[in-house]
Design a protein around this ligand. Structure first.
Ligand SMILES: Cc1cc2nc3c(=O)[nH]c(=O)nc-3n(C[C@H](O)[C@H](O)[C@H](O)COP(=O)(O)OP(=O)(O)OC[C@H]3O[C@@H](n4cnc5c(N)ncnc54)[C@H](O)[C@@H]3O)c2cc1C
Length: 394
């Protein structure tokens, strides 16, 4: 049996992109429904991004979901790059004329967005199974999904695919209508979350002959550490002791000696991949966030680029409903992709600068050393890194 409801915008995916768009549209009087495949606890169990650029933080505030972020998030004015046994600071604040980033975990941010949706009585449907998109190239697209034994239908004006890399939205576009660009990296990041004070109050990205390492954090009591590992490694092969031994090897001695270690409360391996689909629109289906593009986490662009998609789409939909102006919808894909590719370029550059690639020749290694030497010898090169890291303008 099929029951049907009508809304203006049907959103697939209750991750940060879908929830943020849903909340922003609701506040502007645009009716929408979010379909999320998993239970809320499952979505909130995923440990992912942690560095928010200024524009993303502003969107959270506009969505009336930024209060806890502003209270508990940490403003970072710089970070370190460790190499050749020492470390050098990138002064984001000075290099960008006062810009900074906010360190606040994606898990917390997603929780805040769910709570904001609850406060407004937002429609977020969890455990929506078998979501399918219908007539996306028509003026009357619809969605169907199963809940228990019942199949339900949502009729809408627009569908927004915010369902991540493995979602159904992108796969619903005929293959000949899109082009995909992809690069798979020959290593992954082994990440550990531990309830210990972070070794540094600012992030440390380390280039070391044994591989990349990153000291990050979620709060003053919660550390997030990563090391580059071969794709063939499994989490089971990495006891906490082995992980921290390897991490310390890859850090300057004075950093390693001051590190407080403790049992991991989460440990996972994330493969590194770059991916973009063009265009980000087909008919009345718009793709946003990881559904359309992903980057390796070096450079912290993933969630932030999802944020810029939402910014463009939100304003385009507001213009459509408030004044019938469709220029934003027409230009959404090209505007979003312009910024997406800059994020891809920066993430690729940071990844290449800081990792050991298995097939690197001595020549490649010298180039990498020269890239680092040039970076720290040129204020202009540092300023370019800084302006990308804090986020290019929307
Ligand atoms: C392991 C990992 C670590 C990461 N670390 C970082 C980092 O350190 N820094 C950084 O900037 N970025 C990082 N990222 C990237 C960042 O987390 C993503 O860019 C961000 O989550 C994108 O948000 P999204 O809402 O577009 O997609 P997602 O967060 O993937 O959300 C998509 C949602 O859609 C739902 N969904 C999927 N399929 C369906 C369907 N068929 N029907 C209904 N719902 C569906 C999913 O359950 C999910 O809740 C990481 C990503 C991963 C996977």
């Amino acid at each position: 049996m099929t029951s049907a409801i009508r809304t203006q915008v049907g959103i697939i995916g209750g991750g940060p992109s879908g929830l943020l768009l849903s909340q922003l549209l609701h506040l502007r009087g645009i009716d929408n429904v979010v379909l999320e495949k998993h239970a809320r606890e499952y979505v909130l169990g995923r440990i992912r991004a942690g560095v928010l650029e200024h524009g993303f933080a502003e969107l959270m505030r506009e969505a009336q979901a930024g209060e806890r972020m502003d209270r508990e998030g940490q403003i970072h004015e710089g970070f370190f790059i460790a190499h050749e046994g020492g470390q050098e600071r990138i002064d984001l604040h000075a290099l960008t004329g006062g810009k900074t980033v906010m360190v606040y975990g994606q898990t917390e941010l997603t929780r805040d967005l769910y709570e904001a949706r609850d406060r407004l009585g937002g429609k977020v449907i969890h455990n929506a199974e078998g979501v399918q998109l219908h007539e996306i190239d028509s003026a009357h697209p619809s969605l169907t999904y199963r809940q228990g034994s019942e199949t339900r239908r949502i009729d809408c004006d627009f569908i927004v695919g915010c369902d991540g890399f493995h979602g159904v939205s992108r796969q619903s576009i005929p293959k000949e209508k899109i082009q995909t660009f992809e690069k798979i990296f020959p290593f992954g990041w082994l990440g550990v979350l531990s309830r210990t004070p972070p070794v540094s109050s600012e992030l440390i990205y380390a280039n070391h002959e044994r591989g990349f390492a990153l000291c990050s954090l979620r709060s003053s009591a919660l550390s997030r550490y990563y090391i580059q590992v071969p794709l063939s490694d499994t989490v089971e092969e990495w006891s906490d002791e082995r992980f921290f031994d390897e991490l310390k090897h890859r850090l300057p001695a004075e950093v390693a000696s001051s590190m407080v270690t403790g049992p991991s409360i989460e440990k996972s391996i994330a493969p590194l991949r770059s991916f973009v689909v063009e265009p980000m629109r087909y008919g009345n289906l718009f793709l946003a966030g990881d559904a359309a593009h992903i980057v390796p986490p070096t450079g912290a662009r993933g969630l932030n680029t999802a944020g810029s998609d939402i910014y463009y789409l939100y304003h385009a939909l507001v213009d459509h409903y408030s004044s019938g102006d469709d220029r934003g919808l027409e230009s959404y894909s090209s505007r979003a992709l312009g910024r997406v590719w800059k994020g891809q370029r920066f993430s690729w550059w940071m990844t290449k600068l800081l990792h050991r690639f298995p097939d690197d020749s001595p020549y490649d290694r010298r180039l990498q050393q020269t890239d680092l030497a040039y970076l720290f010898s040129s204020q202009r090169a540092l300023a370019s890194l800084a302006e990308n890291y804090v986020g290019l303008p929307f």
